[in-house]
Design a protein around this ligand. Sequence first.
Ligand code: ADP
Length: 164
Amino acid sequence: MRIAICPGSFDPVTKGHLDIIERSAKLFDIVIVLVMINPNKTPSFTAQERADFLRIATKNIPNVKVDSYSGLLAEYAHNTGACTIIKGLRAVTDFEFEFQQALTNKKLNPELETMFVITDPKYMYLSSSMVRQVAYFGGDVSDFLPDGICEDIVKRLTQRQTKE
Ligand code: ADP
């Protein structure tokens, strides 16, 4: 059984993420989409919300599972028997950071490979922070978000904005 992990903040999941997840699901027996809980970041959505949105977005891909984790990715991979980490690359600017992370994970868990999947050019400019910003100013984000979660994401973002 070949298990891959697609880690990220997914704050929230976008069509760019979903494209990487769908393509990975064709290559591996199981793909675990892992919501990473980073104590140094304050996300807009809780880990539970981010995982719920991912579950809705991936509900038609039978070999995808969603989980969340607040420890080391290399450790999670070891515990689940995953052989590969999959990261999406949008531009050269993503590369340096990803390269450093991949080498660190390799050092921590030598069995673990990192694979890079190049973005579909139509999602090259797409990031969670861009979606949050457009939604914050009332722009239409429906083209950027997977089906079935857009309304909920916009509603929650605008509710939080009015409480600030
Ligand atoms: P970000 O906050 O940078 O949008 P995440 O931490 O949620 O991203 O990203 C998880 C993974 O998905 C990373 O490997 C990231 O490079 C990748 N990714 C994010 N957006 C896209 C996109 N539009 N196309 C391809 N890969 C993407």
